[in-house]
Each structure stands twice: as C-alpha cells, then as structure tokens.
Design a protein. Structure first.
Length: 221
C-alpha cells in the first residue's frame, strides 16, 4: 500500500508512505542511479575570454539537468554569448528542456564564450551528473520516539531500558517504546533535478530493479 503524503508538481517533489521492507526500499533507492539520464559529456571550447578556466566551465555544463525522454539518445547544444552579462543554462540552444536558470559564468564587457556541447545518455552509477534527483527514505515513526529506539535492517525495534531510565524517561513512555516491536512503514522522499518527472523516477527505478532481478535469475539457472 502506498499513501501520498505530499506532492508538489511545481517544485517536482514527492513524499509518500509505503508498507515495505527496508531491504526493498534500499534496493529501489539504489536503482534510481541506474535510470538512463541525459547529460553533457563532451565540450568543445571554441572561445573563452571569461575569468574561468575551460575545465571549470565544462564541469558546470556537465551538471546542468537536461530533459530526458524516450527519444533521447544524443543531442548537440551550442552556447555563444558576449558580455557584459551573466550566462545561464537557459542561454544554451536548443533549449535544454528545463526551466532552471543555473548560472554558468560572468562575462565582462567584450568578453566572449563560444562552445559546442554533446549530451549523451548515462547512469548515475557511472557519474553523479547522470543522477535524476535526490531520493532517500526513513522509517515512519514519531520523532519523539525515534531518538530512543534502535531499528535494524529488517525493521525490528529494540531499546535499552536502563539507558532510557538514566535519561529520565517516564515509566509510561518506556512502556510505550517497548511495545513497538517492528516498523514496516517507510517514508519515501523524492526530488527531481528536472531531467524526469518526479513520478517517473520512482516508476523507472522499479523497472530497473525488475530488469536486474530477471538478469540475476538467468545467471543463477
């Protein structure tokens, strides 16, 4: 069962509660880094009069989120600007498909930059620039109890009663804490950098995990 706790389409953030094992939640989280994502992989510097080295600008370009869809394979972009101005990701042509106005470099009067970039599909396990967003999870438990319990990888809960007494925790509270034996509900948090819709990140992570399990099944036969 999945229950949406918060969904912000504008900011591309989603938070939901799911009844699942910690091991499965972690497998899904790790699978996010195997979703194919577009990112600038090669930059040809034609002209750079700015104060930044070529390598710094190329690195910044590589981290700019580029819209990724089914048809994405390889895309060539151009960036040509003359100062004085701040050069943003939105100055890249054709459009990178995201609205993020990420600053690249400041150009003083008469300074110029001109470069050609090539974007390719890659995975976050190869380089962080191919990461589609931030994904993390935690056990869904009241914050006032979380500090006093130990949760293992299977969601089993334990506590040190003597330690709780030494901290001045009341008998009633200790009884409440000891009554919690297992936590299976996971709170998932996802935030898209812009390459994919926030809902697609979770769905595609499931697809990747399923594909990997099928490959494993073939390998062990």
């Amino acid at each position: 069962m999945i229950k949406i706790k918060n969904y912000d389409k504008e900011k591309q953030r989603m938070q939901f509660i799911a009844d699942m094992e910690t091991s499965l939640a972690n497998a899904i989280r790790r699978s996010v880094l195997e979703i194919p994502i577009m990112a600038i992989d090669e930059v040809e510097i034609i002209k750079n009069d700015s104060a930044l080295y070529d390598e710094i600008i190329a690195h910044r370009l590589g981290l700019i989120p580029i819209k990724t869809d089914k048809s994405s394979k390889e895309i060539k972009f151009k960036l040509k600007e003359i100062g004085p101005k701040m050069v943003y990701a939105t100055d890249i042509t054709p459009s990178i498909g995201t609205r993020l106005k990420i600053p690249i470099v400041v150009l003083d009067k008469d300074q110029e930059i001109e470069m050609v970039c090539e974007a390719r599909l890659g995975k976050g396990i190869e380089h962080v620039k191919y990461s589609p967003g931030l994904v993390y999870f935690k056990h869904n438990v009241n914050e006032d109890i979380l500090d006093y319990i130990i949760i293992d990888g299977d969601g089993k809960v334990s506590c040190d009663e003597d330690q709780l007494k030494n901290k001045g925790i009341s008998e009633e509270k200790i009884k409440e804490i000891k009554s919690i034996k297992e936590i299976k509900e996971i709170e998932f948090n996802l935030e898209s950098w812009g390459q994919l819709e926030i809902r697609d990140i979770f769905v595609k992570a499931i697809d990747v995990l399923e594909a990997n399990l099928k490959e494993l099944e073939k390998a062990v036969k």
